[in-house]
Write a protein that binds this ligand. Structure first.
Ligand SMILES: [Zn+2]
Length: 92
């Protein structure tokens, strides 16, 4: 499998590290929220296992070190989009 880094071009998967679901959002902290513990438990420990299109967070660890959002089909591993995470507001 190869990933097309928007900065470096197409590179081997060995240069990248996977960091999970790019769609996760940290819950808002509200001390009055009775479900806050459950929300954080879900955020930290529970992951979906989608079949089909999925947005994943990757880092070009042994290249430009940029954080990337990769849209990948989990059935075929076909990557349809790779963008810099900073452009999507995911990570800097
Ligand atoms: Zn790169």
């Amino acid at each position: 499998m190869r990933i097309k880094c928007p900065h470096c071009g197409e590179r081997s998967l060995d240069e990248f590290s996977y960091y999970g679901d790019a769609t996760l959002r940290r819950p808002e902290v509200n001390d009055q929220d009775a479900n806050l513990l459950a929300k954080f438990t879900d955020y930290v420990y529970l992951r979906d296992n989608p079949a089909g299109q999925h947005q994943e967070l990757w880092q070009h660890q042994f290249g430009c070190r940029a954080w990337l959002v990769v849209t990948r089909d989990t059935n075929s591993h076909l990557m349809t989009e790779v963008t810099a995470a900073a452009q999507k507001g995911e990570a800097a």
